[in-house]
Design a protein around this ligand. Structure first.
Ligand SMILES: [Zn+2]
Length: 271
């Protein structure tokens, strides 16, 4: 499933090909995505210039003067910029044709992705309005996390993966951030100190920033949204390393199930 770093990598990959360019046509081959693509979106986007390509959580926001296309990659979606005359393959559900011969093509075998159109402030769209702060925003700081964890008995790993607290911290990034901050994934959120809150915020930002940076340098015109970006795997301290020695202390990495997901941690480095 594409996580925040893959979506940001996608944004960076497609933005130069779209920003300031005229979209001549939206071609929809399959409307039945997670939500059906609303009839009439083609007419709204035709002959409109892209003003911005932004991201909020895992939504890509393609901004025009007359509205915004809100795109989600779902479980298996990806976007790539290619020549418009390249024949579409199975699961290539829509193309935005760009003046000059390119196209932005959406591919999604499982069809959990989506395309919405809004003419209002996209931040006010029902999909976006309730989203928690972005991990890189000023709203997500040590004090915010400290306050959000008070009197919470839930395990800290589950709390940071809760998109009502902060968006974009998926399973890989939660495990890795907790390792770097030296915090056990099982620790009750309410027992995190101010100092640990500061370290955890810094670790979350660092892990996500590294994943984005690596994704951005290994994926160029083709933006693959499936799985962990490129070489990031080689830099992982704990994720999917059960039984292997901790890169810091050599203790075997442990794995257990937490909220139906696998958690990986070092019982010696993380308290
Ligand atoms: Zn260790």
């Amino acid at each position: 499933m594409p996580e925040l770093p893959e979506v940001e990598t996608t944004r960076r990959g497609i933005a130069p090909a779209l920003t300031g360019k005229l979209i001549t046509e939206l071609i929809v081959r399959e409307r039945r995505l997670r939500w059906p693509i609303e009839a009439g979106v083609e007419a709204k986007i035709r002959d409109q210039t892209v003003r911005s390509v932004a991201r909020r959580a895992k939504y890509l926001l393609i901004g025009f003067d007359c509205g915004t296309a809100i795109v989600h990659l779902g479980m298996s979606g990806s976007l790539r910029v290619l020549r418009a005359d390249v024949a579409p393959k199975l699961h290539d559900h829509w193309d935005m044709r760009v003046a000059g011969g390119a196209a932005l093509r959406f591919h999604d075998p499982r069809r959990f992705g989506s395309l919405h159109w809004t003419e209002r402030d996209p931040a006010a769209h029902p999909l976006l309005t309730k989203l928690a702060p972005e991990p890189f925003s000023n709203d997500f700081d040590a004090e915010y996390l400290f306050r959000a964890t008070r009197r919470r008995a839930v395990a800290i790993k589950l709390l940071i993966m809760n998109s009502e607290i902060v968006v974009g911290v998926g399973n890989i990034y939660a495990s890795e951030s907790l390792f770097r901050a030296g915090i056990s994934p099982r620790r009750a959120a309410g027992r995190i100190s101010r100092a640990q809150s500061r370290e955890l915020v810094a670790a979350i930002r660092q892990v996500l920033a590294e994943a984005i940076q690596i994704g951005g340098t290994t994926l160029r015109d083709y933006v693959n949204a499936a799985g962990v970006p490129g070489y990031f795997r080689q830099k992982l301290f704990v994720y999917e390393r059960a039984g292997e020695p901790c890169r810091i202390c050599k203790t075997p990495i442990k794995q257990f199930a937490q909220g139906q997901r696998s958690t990986y941690w070092c019982p010696r480095c993380q308290k």
